[in-house]
Design a protein around this ligand. Structure first.
Ligand code: ZN
Ligand code: ZN
Length: 581
């Protein structure tokens, strides 16, 4: 229940496909179903985002009443679920109980302590809700049209309330809100404007839709004007606050979001160590590759320069800007072939992946992301969104493509698509446990995707090409650096200048990529740690599992078993997997 967590790149889905042998507790099932009914009622946007069409027409007004209702709901449910004794529950139910209690606590913390509804104006955006309803294949076009028309009616009050909520915002979130709301105008003036003509509906209903759309458009424009005025005169809302969380809030959010056993300091120290190891490996590979690009010229004494010189050469192999989306598309069948022949994990041929250009309203955060259906709309397609480079200057796109070159693009596709996020989400959606599907763990999800990058190379993807391995380590270094960056920004007051150096020199990143990452680090908190945190937990679990299985170890068994429990915290998967042996 990431109530205010708009920056999750994935819709969360989880599962538990292993049938529990223990009887289910009917009282518990009933409590879960009541809990969910009330949850949906309090969070209709969330309900719609997971595919419950009943809530398509509702828009939650983000006011004090709504926050208070959520808090008393949390208090009441905490009591109900704490009262269930573990002895009376099956193992799967015990995990559900834990997930529910965690989510309740987390949602209360977001309202009472984090208070992003005050300082993050970019939370207020109806675009992704509306377009996911449009894209839903669950209901007829007429149903969706009528639902949207009704939803549009609440948009003016929504933005009016949003304006009232803003108090001491950060400058970066105000700027982001301005950018995204401006993009939203386009959605209202094109996609939504054309919708009545494309739908079989009475003239009267078309007219109602249109007047609701125009009133909404005015509300968004007025929100934009108020954001512009805040940027000109921040003292009107109490001035800007620092985007850095500081230790107390950081520690709390770390625990609440990641759900791992390490403390922030422990994870940070582990990352520093892995950074050093990765750089050592990179140096070895660079020395090995040096003659291929520089003939008889000896590599310089300096480690940094040796690695950088080889990366510079390898990065020249990249697609043309106009071919970017197409290049990604073409790699997918190759990955499928490898995963199948090498028996890495079973894939579902009935669930194809649709690679497309990122819709305009969703651009500006990640270059590539998976947009997958929720547990109530399993039949909806999964999209692989790639942002085209058409709006970049020649210089920007060149820098971007040197980062997303022919080597790293393969790693990106492993991560996002096969056998990374896309494959994991298919497994997660086979779930009979709704709770595990709904309250999924982002650390596990990102950790899996990062784990598959190394796993694929270890299994022979790319024929052990030292060039691919070198670029893989560069990519991995980026993941590790994400953690270091996030920690140092919020706890050590890291400046932009030093942050850029950490990325460009420490992790060999292109300027453009590093600048974007800095922006993202200003906007999000903790999320950047989830990749490395999840990876290291999964990688450690695999080596324990390997030791236990000895000669019976098969990579396919590990991968499929690991995913079969759904997107729950790695620590929970660990106890379930090791118990089964
Ligand atoms: Zn080039
Ligand atoms: Zn990812």
């Amino acid at each position: 229940m990431r109530l205010f967590f708009f920056f999750v790149l994935l819709l969360s889905l989880g599962s538990c496909s292993t049938a529990s042998k223990t009887e289910t507790n009917p009282k518990f099932s009933k409590a879960v179903s009541t809990f969910l009914d009330e949850l949906w009622d309090l969070n209709p946007d969330y309900a719609a985002s997971v595919g419950l069409s009943k809530y398509f027409s509702r828009l939650e007004i983000p006011n004090e009443d709504s926050r208070n209702a959520k808090l008393s709901f949390a208090l009441k449910q905490k009591k109900i679920f704490s009262d269930f004794k573990n002895e009376t529950l099956s193992l799967s139910e015990q995990i559900d109980k834990e997930l529910i209690l965690d989510e309740i606590e987390s949602s209360a913390w977001y309202i009472q302590s984090f208070k992003s509804y005050q300082w993050n104006p970019s939370l207020y955006n109806v675009g992704s809700d509306m377009s996911s309803i449009l894209e839903s294949q669950k209901e007829s076009a007429t149903f969706r049209f009528k639902a949207l028309s009704k939803k549009l009616k609440s948009v003016p009050l929504y933005y009016k309330t949003a304006k009232k909520n803003i108090y001491r915002p950060t400058k970066v979130h105000t700027e982001l809100a301005l950018k995204q709301s401006t993009g939203l105008i386009q959605f209202f003036e094109t996609t939504l404007k054309e919708l009545p003509e494309k739908t079989k509906i009475s003239v009267q209903e078309k007219n109602i839709f249109n007047s609701n759309r125009l009133a909404s458009l005015e509300a968004i424009k007025s929100y934009i004007r108020s954001l512009e005025s805040i940027l000109k005169n921040p003292s009107s809302v109490g001035g800007f606050r620092d985007f850095r969380l500081g230790k107390t809030l950081y520690d709390q959010k770390f625990t609440s979001d990641l759900k791992i056993t390490l403390t922030p300091e422990q994870l940070y120290k582990k990352a520093i160590k892995d950074k050093e190891n990765a750089r050592k490996e990179m140096y070895k590979l660079a020395v090995q590759l040096y003659p291929k690009f520089y003939g008889k010229t000896k590599p310089p004494r300096n480690t940094q320069k040796t690695i950088q010189n080889v990366i510079d050469k390898l990065s020249l192999a990249h697609p043309q800007p106009k071919d970017f989306v197409e290049t990604v598309k073409k790699q997918i069948p190759e990955l499928i072939r490898f995963v199948e022949t090498k028996k890495i994990i079973s894939l579902d041929p009935k669930k194809p992946l649709n690679v497309r250009e990122t819709p305009i309203y969703a651009r500006g955060f990640a270059g590539a992301s998976i947009d997958s259906p929720g547990p109530f709309e399993k039949e909806r397609e999964t999209f692989y969104n790639i942002t085209p480079l058409e709006n970049m200057t020649a210089e920007e796109s060149e820098s971007y493509l040197r980062e997303y070159n022919n080597y790293t693009l393969q790693i990106l596709n492993i991560h996002e698509a096969i056998p990374g996020h896309y494959t994991q989400l298919i497994y997660a959606n086979q779930s009979p446990s709704l709770i595990k599907s709904l309250f999924s763990n982002g650390t596990m999800i990102e950790g899996w995707a990062v784990y598959t990058e190394r796993m694929m190379l270890e299994e022979g993807y790319g024929n052990n090409d030292p060039a691919l391995w070198l670029m893989y380590y560069k990519w991995f270094l980026r993941v590790v650096t994400n953690t270091i960056l996030d920690y140092e920004i919020h706890n050590k007051n890291l400046s932009r200048k030093d942050g850029m150096k950490l990325m460009t020199e420490g992790a060999f990143q292109e300027n453009e990529e590093a600048a974007k990452k800095w922006t993202r680090a200003e906007i999000s908190q903790i999320q950047l740690c989830s990749y490395y945190a999840g990876f290291s937990e999964i990688y450690d679990l695999r080596s324990i599992y390997k030791d236990k299985m000895k000669s019976d170890f098969k990579i396919k068994d590990f991968n499929e078993k690991f995913l079969s429990f759904g997107s729950i915290p790695v620590q929970n998967i660990k106890s379930l997997m090791l118990k089964e042996i």
